[in-house]
Design a protein around this ligand. Structure first.
Ligand code: URA
Length: 231
């Protein structure tokens, strides 16, 4: 693989940036400065550094973000997209949010450039579970909970039975397997409660890492990646 292709694939540098960096002597391969970007390297075996730091070859990445309020789940070029919370290399390497959380919803958002895995996780046929912690505007009585648990007519569709676990009169956790637009808000609204707070705490096999503050992110562990690919 050409050196510039290596850097664009891992998302570290654009072609032009790679050319400039190489000509300035910022790139080494196996300990030697390489100034020509058309130099061919073995991306799996050669040791490549940029400014003295090793750059590892990889094509796919998986990031868990604890989404804060006020950011949109999109890759569009705007100040307020979730991609702005990650270093640029993730956008350059083709990263996108796997699914959407509303601008005022917080919590677990997977960002990846693995289209096949994302597509499978989001496919309605896959029924990946998503768990949301919510606070409603009114106490949920047993009738409202029973409606959520049996499925609700929402105009364009009937929601599949949800799992509900109340932690106080107005607060609880709702697990659904679909991912329609504003689904949790619409389900709660249909039983008479408006959502005052919504946080996703689980997505498929992934659980929100409690050590991540809002706006913080980390790469998934190998075990988490395996669980995503095998679920
Ligand atoms: N359901 C909603 O209503 N909003 C979200 O952001 C996610 C699920």
């Amino acid at each position: 693989m050409r050196l510039d292709r290596f850097f664009t694939t891992v998302g570290k540098l654009s072609r032009t940036e790679c050319d400039t960096a190489a000509r300035r002597g910022r790139i080494t391969v196996n300990g030697k400065v390489v100034k020509l970007v058309k130099t061919h390297i073995n991306e799996l075996e050669d040791i490549v550094t940029l400014d003295g730091e090793r750059v590892y070859f990889r094509t796919e990445f998986y990031v868990m973000l604890n989404k804060p309020e006020g950011y949109i789940s999109s890759t569009e070029d705007s100040e307020r997209t979730v991609m702005r919370l990650l270093p640029d290399e993730y956008s350059r390497a083709g990263g996108f949010p796997c699914g959407r959380l509303d601008i005022d919803t917080v919590g677990l958002l997977l960002i990846t450039n693995d289209g096949d895995t994302a597509h499978r996780l989001l496919s309605p046929k896959h029924h990946a579970e998503k768990t949301y912690r919510f606070r409603g505007s009114v106490p949920l009585n047993s009738e409202m909970i029973a409606s959520l648990e049996s499925g609700i007519e929402l105009g364009d569709f009937v929601s599949a039975p949800a799992k509900v676990k109340m932690v106080s009169e107005c607060e609880g956790e709702l697990t659904i397997t679909e991912g329609k637009f504003h689904q949790v808000k619409r389900m709660l609204s249909a039983v008479g409660s408006e959502i005052l707070f919504l946080e996703r705490i689980a997505f498929g096999p992934l659980k929100l890492d409690a050590s991540l503050e809002r706006g913080e992110w980390r790469e998934l562990t190998e075990a988490e990646i395996d669980s995503l690919k095998s679920c």
